[in-house]
Design a protein around this ligand. Structure first.
Ligand SMILES: NC(=O)c1ccc[n+]([C@@H]2O[C@H](COP(=O)([O-])OP(=O)(O)OC[C@H]3O[C@@H](n4cnc5c(N)ncnc54)[C@H](OP(=O)(O)O)[C@@H]3O)[C@@H](O)[C@H]2O)c1
Length: 277
């Protein structure tokens, strides 16, 4: 049985999705088309990545029917006002060339701006209008999620957060699980580097005869996180996707989680104070 994630409103997502940050232009569209042909069914994009057009082109170029593909985009901080948010969703549709976007996320809460509830309400309206099918957020802390629930009676269906072995977000995962919110992990591989040298990762990689990146993907799947690794290369795309079937022992999973540290964020982007427009 393939692993899937199901939200409180029935959104069903696969075990692994494809990140697309920096995949742009003809090369990016080809990489995205390859990803879909290899079996990815969840594509993560954002208005601010300036590649929604590339995602749309990649989907058309791969020649597969759209059915079953889940396309994601994100609302930038500068467009969180109600009317701006609705226009931005329309603009995302024009850029992708799609008539509906499956999953639309608020990119950052930007709490000092005080507009994320208004933005969420606008996205619920866009859902009512059929422009998008599901509404989620990124980088929301529990207090932000509770503010949405208090104002609208609804939690978002997805919270996409920074999550990797140096920042395993164990409490956020449990908080989301109890509320039917799917946890997606951004920068799930922490963009490689020193993480891939850790013994807790290289040891299972040697045991299984796979790369450190594949072990990290398998760890995400084991802890209930949905990773969206980005790769421009078909061999790595395929390896990352297939890694969902690798079996780590409970001890191996625990040893990787133990790499977590309070300052493990990649760029110290704490959603309580960080703002992105
Ligand atoms: N919501 C947010 O605020 C937010 C923030 C950041 C990112 N994101 C999303 O999350 C996605 C993933 O995060 P990310 O792109 O920052 O980082 P990532 O997926 O952790 O790492 C991507 C890097 O790892 C390399 N890589 C991928 N697979 C590999 C493998 N099997 N072996 C070795 N290296 C491998 C890629 O290189 P190659 O391409 O050369 O293979 C790329 O340099 C983004 O693309 C974006 O869609 C969301």
């Amino acid at each position: 049985m393939p692993v899937t994630h199901v939200s409180h409103r029935g959104l069903t997502l696969p075990a692994v999705g494809l990140g697309t940050y920096k995949l742009k232009g003809a090369v990016g569209a080809e990489a995205i088309a390859r990803g879909v042909q290899l079996g990815y069914t969840l594509l993560d994009s954002a208005y601010n990545y300036e590649n929604e057009g590339t995602v749309g082109e990649g989907i058309r170029a791969c020649g597969e029917p759209r059915g079953g593909l889940i396309v994601t985009s994100k609302l930038p901080g500068r467009y969180q006002r109600h009317d701006d948010a609705l226009v931005t969703v329309q603009e995302s549709l024009y850029r992708t060339g799609l008539s509906n976007i499956d999953l639309y996320l608020i990119h950052w809460p930007n709490p000092a701006q005080g507009l994320y509830v208004e933005a969420f309400e606008a996205l619920l309206e866009a859902r009512e209008a059929g422009l998008i099918s599901h509404v989620g957020v990124c980088n929301f802390l529990p207090e932000h999620l509770e503010a949405l629930k208090d104002a609208t009676g609804e939690y978002p269906e997805v919270n996409q957060i920074e999550l990797h072995p140096y920042f395993p977000q164990t409490e956020a995962l449990a908080f989301h699980r109890e509320r039917g919110i799917i946890t997606q992990a951004w920068s799930p591989l922490r963009r490689g580097g020193e993480l891939f040298e850790e013994r807790a990762i290289t040891a299972p990689a040697a045991r299984l005869g796979v790369s450190p990146a594949e072990v990290v993907v398998a760890w995400h799947v084991a802890i209930g996180s949905l990773p969206i690794p980005k790769s421009a290369h078909p061999d790595r795309q395929l390896a990352n996707l297939r890694a969902q079937d690798l079996e780590l022992t409970p001890e191996e999973v625990a040893a990787i989680t133990a790499l977590g540290r309070p300052d493990g964020r990649m760029k110290n982007q704490d959603p309580a104070v960080y703002e992105e427009f």
